[in-house]
Write a protein that binds this ligand. Sequence first.
Ligand code: NAP
Ligand code: GDD
Length: 373
Amino acid sequence: MSKTALITGVTGQDGSYLSEFLLAKGYEVHGIIRRSSVDYRERIAHLEGKPHFHLHYADMSDSMSLVKLVGKVQPDEIYNLAAQSHVQVSFDAPEFTADVDAVGVLRVLEAVRTNHLEKTCRIYQASTSELYGKVEEVPQSETTPFHPYSPYAVAKLYGYWIIKEYREAYNMFCCSGILFNHESERRGETFVTRKITLAAARIAHGKQDCLYLGNLDSLRDWGYAKDYVECMWLILQHEKPEDFVIATGIQHSVREFATLAFRHAGIELRWEGEGIEEVGVVKNLTPSSPQEREPGKGVKIGDIVVRVSPDFYRPTDVVNLLGDPSKAKRELGWNPQKTSFEQLVQLMVEHDMRKVTHEHYNLAEYLEKGIVK
Ligand code: NAP
Ligand code: GDD
């Protein structure tokens, strides 16, 4: 008998990879989409119409829609990935973020209880390394104290605790995956990694002059999203409901990410100045770079291609995330370094180099044809 999964946030980066993963395992996959004036869902368009993939309208801020849907689908597993997931945006829209990211989790749990599925339905909650915030120890593990440092993180902290509460109060199989940053070619374009890889590709092709970033010193433990969705599933297959840190155990700065991304785009950078005055200058162009192929087009040695802008500083910023994935390695048998940092940056840049040079680039079509993984 195939299992039935319900994914909230199915249109997002993780939702799209998880859908593919579960479909490949033989699941019946149901996803929640919300009404928007533009009905274009590029990350999952290649899955629409497949016999075991179903989409339903609902919203994390609408309990009735969730209760009805859970009753209709009768899921064996729920993956609660839906969220206003951008930390900086949470400072501008803190109430919406709390409604979706905090109370939304409660609504999912209550939808399961209202439908009397608490004994059979397992729930995965997309928790986050942002819970560690103003970190109290490095590296961070399942026992590190939380110190949330943004409206997003505070909302997610509620999600974490309400999951734990329902596990203890009602004996429900609900767990948090405390995931550190994970990126991919499908990452939203305003998160720092994708912003950098897209800009490096555009700059290399003479389609953008300069990239403006915020805190270059910020440190993150970056993994590949496609590897991380496997862990979400493993957490729900574990014999008992527990929380797990999912991370690579390796840390890099935003500056290091940018240096490597530009290198893959054929531009060697050198950094000059400090703080708000720091700039990334073109030190060299590699022979295979687009500029070398098309003389006169694109950047030249000595050009400033990265600048710092206070617009991208946050009122409070989380600057030292490094996860300890020992428990996931030991108890789930998960390999935290399946895709290395270098491979991750390379695959994102290669994808964006293709994106900026193909006039009619269409992610859905590329996913359908297997050009983008
Ligand atoms: P994402 O690409 O931003 O996707 C977020 C998803 O949530 C989208 O499908 C979005 O739908 C949906 N959503 C937002 N508000 C909703 C609402 N009111 N009702 C229904 N759906 C709603 O995020 P992601 O990177 O895939 O991350 C997935 C989850 O993991 C999030 O909860 C995030 O906070 C958490 N997380 C992510 C990372 C990471 O590094 N990626 C790390 C730790 C935790 P639309 O397409 O309609 O906007
Ligand atoms: N977005 C962005 N844009 N971030 C920048 C920029 C910029 O121009 N310049 C520097 N940064 C710094 C941010 O200040 C932050 O310290 C770091 O780069 C990473 O920012 P994001 O890529 O926006 O990700 P995040 O770490 O804040 O949040 C992501 O990871 C969390 C897990 O730790 C999101 O996916 C969250 O949903 C997730 O929970």
